[in-house]
Design a binder for this molecule. Sequence first.
Ligand SMILES: Cc1ncc(COP(=O)(O)O)c(C=O)c1O
Length: 428
Amino acid sequence: MSNRKLHFDTLQIHAGLDKHDKTGARGLAIYPTAAYRFKTCDYAASLFELSEPGNIYTRLQNPTTSAYEERVAALYDGAGALAVSSGMSAILITLTGLASAGCNIVASPFLYGGTYNQFRHTLRRLGIEVRIAPEPGPEAIGALIDADTRAVFVESMGNPTCAVPDLEDIGRVAAARKVPFVVDNTFGACGYLCNPFEWGANIVVDSATKWINGHGTAMGGVIVDGGNFDWTGFPGIDCPSEGYHGLNLHEAFGRQAFIVKCRVDGLRDLGTCPSAFDSYLMALGLETLSLRVRHEVESTRRLAEHLRGHRAVKRVSYVGFPDHPGHDNAQKYFRFGASAVLNVELQGSLESTVRFVEALELLAHMTMIGDSISVVTHPASTTHKQLSEADLAKAGVTPTLLRISLGLEDADDIIADFEQAFQKAGLV
Ligand SMILES: Cc1ncc(COP(=O)(O)O)c(C=O)c1O
């Protein structure tokens, strides 16, 4: 393919397809193999000492996964991508690749509940302190950075509140302190709605389980390296690597140093690789990403407008409305100024909310977003159940709050489903 710059809609189908195919097959080949035969002992040795790229073992690389990684890197216009087995694994490999015991990470307060738990429990047990800023502004984040800070971490749109931090200003604060800026861009739909690299991010993580896969058929995560951080002097990257006979990753791999480290240290040691079949599902999901997201964003806007002022509803928290605290930043950082998720606080009690959820016929009651089937989640009893009352309040989660992630059904049918469930729950 020539080097001309292709649009997102085109790249999501073509990127990564041809390079790994020798047959002309239209579909991406699935390589269900654990290991690869080495042509010679010298070749095997060169692979193991990282002097030549190539396949060693599927825990580290797989041709199906490589094609999918290239597609993701192309969509973000990044220096490289690494596919892993879940979004949580992408965060863990990224942050343990940057920080070790005695270091800290500074994070925004609007985070997915699972990420809070990883920060509060697992990273703490590993000796990595996560400092959650009292509010998501650049000043609050900057005030927590010190000489031991190894990353600033935010979600481009917080789950479930849809808060949107000021990526550009936070990126500036992180850059001024020479700290990598890591953005969980799950809501940014693999760069289609939001590409944090355009706003100063250095590393992006994405739960591929959501919009990338798009059909709820597999778990996955990706790490994308923007190739735009100067790793000079960075501990663990610009130094002799104990695991690779003193090889300096910064000198050997330049702008790809971090993503190589995630693969050759992170995946090698933590082992959370995707299966070839799951990588195939992700790459296939990507082919329709922008079409799905456009439909979902439009249906979400229609539902939000229908529910605003409805007598069964106390509050609609939709980032596309000017009264949402994330509205201005969403306008700046998100295509269409919105995502396909909205939060609805119902009138009534916890009990009537439960009746409502159980009466819905089309929306699936699950903890999921970005699926082709529309989803309703009750964060207080599911994703955020492990949080203390103080943390629930900080995350904006109340007993009658519902998170809605719209799928590909007709919006009129979804609105009708809400109406019949309001009736059954006694809310109208
Ligand atoms: C913003 C965000 N980051 C990370 C994750 C974790 O991803 P996974 O479920 O693929 O491990 C989720 C899951 O919902 C999420 O919403």
